[in-house]
Design a protein around this ligand. Sequence first.
Ligand SMILES: [Fe+2]
Length: 293
Amino acid sequence: MTYPVNMSIKPEVQAFFDEATNTISYIVKDPSSNACAIVDSVMDIDYAAGRITYDHADELIRQVQSQGLTLEWIIETHVHADHLSAAPYIQQTLGGKIGIGAKIMVVQETFGKVFNEGTEFQRDGSQFDRLFDDGDVYMIGKLPAFAMYTPGHTPACMVHVMGDAAFVGDTLFMPDGGSARADFPGGDAATLYDSIQKVLALPDDMRLFMCHDYGPNGRDIQWETTVGEEKAQNIHVGQGKTKEDFVRFRTERDATLAMPRLIIPSLQVNMRAGDVPTDSDGNPMLKVPLNRL
Ligand SMILES: [Fe+2]
């Protein structure tokens, strides 16, 4: 697959860090119009209290409105397991199309079973406005963007490239953070290695924007690097580390990791494009399947 890389267009990227989940959301503005996209928004949840709120999403909405931008796309790099998407909430106010990788159907099939969803839960991705295949091109105003299929962390992960800026989702972390885990259902370390090589094959000066940062070794939170820096310094895949090295390391490491705190609510909401499931009376309601994850 040859991707339509265009380094001459440099979108304005604004980052919004969510302290509760270490997620970075982005507003990406077309430099030659008022069109923008939001990548990986966050809905706030107090899981202990069963309460959802929208402070983080409201800030994104406020920024889009105050800058006079038109929201054309609400992009999910994948079905997140560590935070809930605010895509429908943002769409209600600002419009825009919600897009995710076409392999979302695999994720819906897997977790439809885990959560014992009935037939009313569609497993065809129809909750989303657009399902991207590898290499699909779309426009943000006059800014051309494309989706690059990068499975491994999940079967539906995609990196979205907008001009000289790539939103890597959960493939790579900052060079000192390494890479994302590959042990969720449908994840695979060897597949993740191959996907990361696709990212590293982009031009060296491509800007890379992380979905997460945990400030390893006590450093301040960071979210932006480049392909060149990742190739030179990434602790899991840089300096030509082999696939065998990576798979061994990743598998051993993943076996030590606890499940993300919000995986149970996140999957149920995010596999529905951010909609909260309801019980038979229409009340918003989440399940907790025992001993399944
Ligand atoms: Fe993730």
